[in-house]
Design a protein. Sequence first.
Lengths: 297, 212
Amino acid sequence: MTAGPLVSLVAVLLLAPALPGVATKTKSLLTGRHGAPVLQLHRDLLRLLRKGAVYSTTTTWMFRLAPVAGVVTPLLAGILLPLDGRGAVLQFSGDFVAFAALLALGRFTLILAALDTGSSFEGMGASRDAAFASLVEPALFLCFVVLILATGQLSLSGMLGAAPAPSLAMVAVSLFFVLLAEASRMPVDDPATHLELTMIHEVAVLDHSGPDLALLLYGGALRMALFAALPVSVLVSRARLAVPLALAALLAGMVMVAVVVGIIESSMARLRLGRVPQFLVAASVLASLGVILQLLT
Amino acid sequence: MQHLADLVLLLVLLTSFLILGTTRLTTCIRAVAVQGGLLGVLPLVLEPQWSAHTLGLATGTILVKAIVLPWFLTWAIREAAVRREVEPRVGYIASLILGVVAVAVASAVATRLPVPGDHPILLLATSLSCVIMGLLVLATRGKALIQVVGYLMLENGIYVFGLTSVDRVPFLVEVGVLLDVFVGVFIMGIVVFHINREFDSLDSARLTELKD
C-alpha cells in the first residue's frame, strides 16, 4: 500500500477547519465586509485548547464523552473515504453503512450530551437535531444506492469515481443538500445566530467550554469536510490523476463547495423550522430521481 | 447531443418538482416560464440538423410559453393580489413524494410503450411524468392560479410527447395547439380575475357557494 491515502487524510484533517472559514469569508466579501481570516478557526481552536473547562454539576460522564466522540467518529469515517481518488486507508465491502453509522453515532452522543445538561434550550436543539438527522439519512442512503447501481461496487472506494451520468448530477446535488443539513449551514440552520430559540446545532454545544468546545468545533469542521468531499468525489473522477494532483483537485473542489455554501448563506434567509423537513425531503426526492434514472439507463 | 437533451429533460423534471414543492405563486410562475424555455430549446437539441420547422417550433414555444403566458400570469397575480397558496389539500411533502411515484410509474410505462422511431427513453418518461404531475397540481391545489400552472404543466407534458413525432406532425397543427393553449390560459386568467373580484379570494373551493 502506498502513502497516498494516508497523506491525503492528513491533509484533509489539517485543512478541515479552513472550510467554514472560506464560507464565512465569502459571506463577508459578498456583503461588503472584510471578514475574519480564513484560518480563524485554527486560531480559535488553539486558544480554546489552552483554556480550562467548566462542568455543570448536573452533568455526567456522557457530557464529557460527546466531544471525544465528536472528533473520533468523523475521523474514523474519514479513514473510509477514498480521499486521493484511488482507495481509502481502510476499505471493505459495505463500508458505506459504517460511514453513515459512525457519523450518526457522533450525532447521537452529542444529542445525549445536550440532554445531559438538563437545559431546556439544549433539549430543544437536541430534539431538532434528531428530527432533521432522521430525514437526512434516507437521502444519504438513496445516494449510495445510485452509486452502487452505477458501479456495482459495495465499498466507498469503488463506488466513488463512476463515469459521469445524469443520475450522478442528481446525487451530487442531493449530497450537497445533505452537507447543508449535516454541517448546520444556512437554509437548515444558521451558524451565526445568537438566538437560542432558533438554533439547532449551536445550542447543543452551548454548555461545552475550553478544550471540549475545541473538539466539538473541530469535529463539526471535519464533518463538513467529509460531506464536501463526497459530492466532489462523485462529480470528478480522479482515479487517473497522479496522487498530488488528485489531492489538489479534491481540496480545490472542497473550497469551491464552501464558496457555494457562503453564496447561499448571503443570498437566502434560513427556512422556517416547519419548512426544513420539506427541504430535506427534497434532497431525498432528488436522490430517488437519481435511482430511477440509473435504472432507466 | 444525447447528453445535452438528457440534461434539458432533467431540468424540465426538476422545474416540475419545484412547482410541486413551492408555496409562492411567483416561484411557480417563474418555474413554469423556465420550463417553457427549456421546452423551446428541446427540439433544437433533439434534432442535430435544424430545419425551418424545428426553428419555428422553438421560437413559437419560447415566445408563448416562456414570455407571454408567464407575463400574463404575473399580471393576473398582481391584479388579484395573491402571493401564496395557504393550504393545499395534499401537503407539500406528500406532493413531492407523489411526484417521485409519478416519475417511477412514468418510467416503468415509458420502457414498455411502443412508440415508433428511436427516442431517448427519458423523453417519454419526462412527458408522462409532467402530465401526471400537472394533473396532481390541478387536483390538489385550491388557488385557481396554481391550477392554471398545473394545466400548463400538463400541456407541456403533451408537447414533449409530441416531440417524438416532430417530423411527421405538420407545423400548422403545432401552431394550432400553441394557440389553443394561449387562448385557454388567457380565458382562465380573465376568469381568475373575475372570481377574485366576486369572492375576494381565489380559492376554488368557494365556487360551490351560490351567489346571484
